[in-house]
Every structure is written in C-alpha cells, then in structure tokens.
Design a binder for this molecule. Structure first.
Ligand SMILES: O=C(O)c1ccc[n+]([C@@H]2O[C@H](COP(=O)([O-])O)[C@@H](O)[C@H]2O)c1
Ligand SMILES: Cc1cc2nc[nH]c2cc1C
Length: 373
C-alpha cells in the first residue's frame, strides 16, 4: 500500500515551518531583564521563550484554549485488547455532548475544560454507532470503526487522508473561534493498541516496551495485546509515516494528526496530552520535523511508552499526576501553565522599568553591589 499525497495534504505538511528563532532570541534577552532572580520562574522561562517562537513575538499573547476530542472505534477491539467494550465509545460521545446542570458535557474533559474556560469541540471520526444529530457534533466519519490491524490495513489511504483533513478543518474552526492553544484529544476503546503499534514501528522499539494497560487490562490481556501488536507489525513492513498510520490506524489518531499539522501551520500551540496523542505526534514529526516546535507536552502519562515518545520528540512533560484517561484532559490542565508562562514574558516589567536594583543593567542579576562597582 502506498499513500499518494493529495494536494491538500501535501500543502498542509509543507505549510508547517519552524518557529521564529529571532523572536526567541529577543524573548531570551527580555527574560533576563524581568524583575526576578534569573531562573526563578523555573521551567516557565524556557516555555515562555518557546511560546515567543510560536507566536513570533517576545510578548506572546495567546487568546483562547480549545480541546478537540475526536472519537473513533477500532476493529482490533474484537480481539479483547481493552478492559472495556466498544459500546463505551459512542456512549462517551453522548456524554461529551450531554446537557448537565453545569453546562454541556458530563465527562472529565468537560468538567476540566469548564474549570479553565476552555472550549470543547467533539468529532465523530468513525465510531461504531450512528450518533443522534447534535448541533455541537462534528461529523467526519467515513466508516464505522477501523478494520482489525492484526489482519489487514486498519484504514485505506483515502480514509486516512480524509480524517487528517477533517482534523485540520476542525482545527481551523477552533482557531477562527478564538483558540490559540489547541489540545487534540481522543476517545476510542482499543486505541492504545494502534498507538502502541505506531510507536513501536516509528521508534524502532519492541512492542513490549511501548504497550501499556490502557483502560486497565490485566497481565493476561496485556500479554495478548502485545502478541496482537506483534502480529500486526509482522503483517506490514511499512515504515513511511502515512502508510504506518493507515496500516495500524486509527481514525481519531489521523484526525489528531491533522489538528496538529494545521495548528502548527497557522502558528498556534499544540498542547500534547497522553500516549494516543503522542502516537499522532510521532507520525506528524516524521512528516514535518518543524511540527516539534509547536508541541507542548502536558503531563507524563501513566501509560508505559509515553516516556519513550517524549524522549524521541525531545520534549519534557510539565507535571506528573499519573493521568491515563485521554480525552485531552492532561492538556486542559496544562493550558493555564502555558498561558501563565506567556503572561510573565508579556506583562512583567524589567528591572529598569520598575526601578528595582539588581538587574543586568545595574551590575548583574542577584549580585550584591560592592564598593568597587
Ligand atoms: O492517551 C492516553 O494516555 C490514554 C491512556 C490510557 C487510556 N486512554 C483512553 O482509554 C481508551 C483506550 O484504552 P484501551 O485499553 O481501550 O486501549 C481510549 O478511550 C483512551 O482515550 C488514553
Ligand atoms: C468510561 C471511559 C471514559 C473514557 N474516556 C477516555 N477513555 C475512556 C475509557 C472509558 C472506559
């Protein structure tokens, strides 16, 4: 199977350009002059400089935050690789959209998003059931569930391209709706199997090193899951990133890849949540290495294999918390840290502006002035 790039997909990949190095240099110089001991804002300082590179200014001012949850089902779920049945996927989509006394949506991502003022977008990327019409549901399904990756290609090249472009379209919509921080999120019973298969192939690791318990499978199911992934990888020798994605699936992973590429192409931040999102990012960076400049990992998730993904991407997670939920939940929690990092660089005064002694202009940070000065 080969994946001919449609012109639209080709253009999307080509539109991902490196972050603005000159803005990062200016941001670094500005960081050194802000009213604090050098390094006192810890990891926020490096984050703020990366944000300056994304937005092309040493005073970055990101507007809104949006989490884009793509849901899809997986043929491989029939092999018993999850602790939950596939019926959970469409039921959770209904939960993401439900009316509750607190606002739309009764899932973790909805509650967390409300707590930080993030907007939630929901996409049917190919769940098993026909979902009832809902004004807030973005319909992008081209098939109800992928094929079983251990037996045949999970998706055709055309299905893969369609979902990538659908993800990109939803990202554009979120950006038009005011989002500058985009959080791809997912829901799909069985999807840690394709995520682990993609990671094993693209990282060149044994499946056992990147296959975790997902929703909580026991030791026996975990061993079976690893065996299923071994069968899938033995079935397809593919190494080019889009063919790896098509062969191993799934629809929501393709949609998240499209969101990431589009957000980066429009110079917006991609907040990277967990292991399934990480598998989309691996495909994305293999296609467009500059995508890395736009990826901001949230927490270190509990799924084994996440650390290997982040190490490959050269990115450091912002926190622990042992999340393993998906939905974009970790990304939502990371958003205030990123907004805060940008705010320090944008809004803090320099030593000179605030007439605080001890700045670089006044004889060096944190250094007591001596009579010789
Ligand atoms: O992204 C993650 O880090 C992650 C880790 C473990 C589980 N999940 C979620 O759990 C589901 C996949 O788990 P499983 O066991 O069905 O493969 C899917 O709905 C994901 O959103 C997600
Ligand atoms: C209930 C439930 C909610 C989820 N959200 C993301 N993955 C999930 C898996 C399950 C099983």
């Amino acid at each position: 199977m080969s994946l001919d790039l449609s012109p639209d997909l080709h253009a999307l990949i080509g539109a991902v350009q490196p972050a603005d190095a000159a803005a990062m240099t200016r941001a670094q110089a500005r960081q050194a002059q802000l009213t604090k001991p050098p390094g006192a804002l810890g990891a926020l300082e490096a984050l703020s400089i990366r944000l300056a590179g994304v937005f092309g200014t040493e005073r970055p001012h990101p507007r809104g935050v949006a989490v884009l949850v793509a849901a899809g089902d997986h043929g491989v779920a029939a092999q018993g690789v999850s602790a939950f049945p596939p019926e959970v996927t469409p039921a959770m989509v209904a939960n993401f959209l439900a009316d509750t006394p607190y606002g739309p949506g009764g899932a973790a991502v909805n509650a967390l998003a409300r707590s930080v003022g993030a907007r939630v977008y929901v996409m049917d990327a190919g769940v098993n059931a026909e979902l009832p019409a809902h004004p807030a549901l973005h319909r992008a399904a081209v098939r109800r569930g992928t094929r079983d990756l251990s037996r045949e290609a999970a998706m055709t090249p055309q299905e893969t391209a369609a979902l990538i472009l659908a993800g990109a379209a939803l990202a554009r919509r979120a950006i038009e709706g005011g989002a500058d921080l985009l959080i791809p999120g997912e829901m799909g019973i069985g999807n840690t199997t394709p995520a682990a298969a993609i990671s094993a192939r693209l990282l060149g690791l044994d499946p056992a090193a990147v296959t975790g318990r997902g929703t909580g499978v026991d030791d026996e199911r975990l061993a079976h899951k690893v065996a299923v992934i071994r069968t899938a990888l033995a079935r397809t020798p593919a190494t080019d990133p889009l063919t790896v994605l098509a062969e191993l699936g799934g629809f929501e992973i393709a949609a998240m890849l499209g969101m990431m590429l589009q957000a980066a192409a429009l110079r917006r931040v991609v907040v990277l949540d967990g292991f399934v999102e990480g598998s989309a990012a691996l495909v994305g960076v293999a296609l467009a290495p500059a995508l890395r400049d736009y990826l901001f990992p949230a927490g270190q998730c509990a799924e084994v294999g996440h650390a290997a993904q982040l190490a490959h991407l050269g990115l450091t997670p912002l926190f622990g918390l042992d999340l393993r939920l998906g939905e974009g939940t970790g990304g939502v929690l990371a958003a205030p840290l990123l907004l805060g990092a940008a705010a320090t660089l944008r809004e803090m005064r320099t030593f000179e502006e605030a007439a605080v002694p001890g700045g670089v202009e006044a004889g060096g940070h944190g250094r007591q002035r001596t009579p010789q000065d």
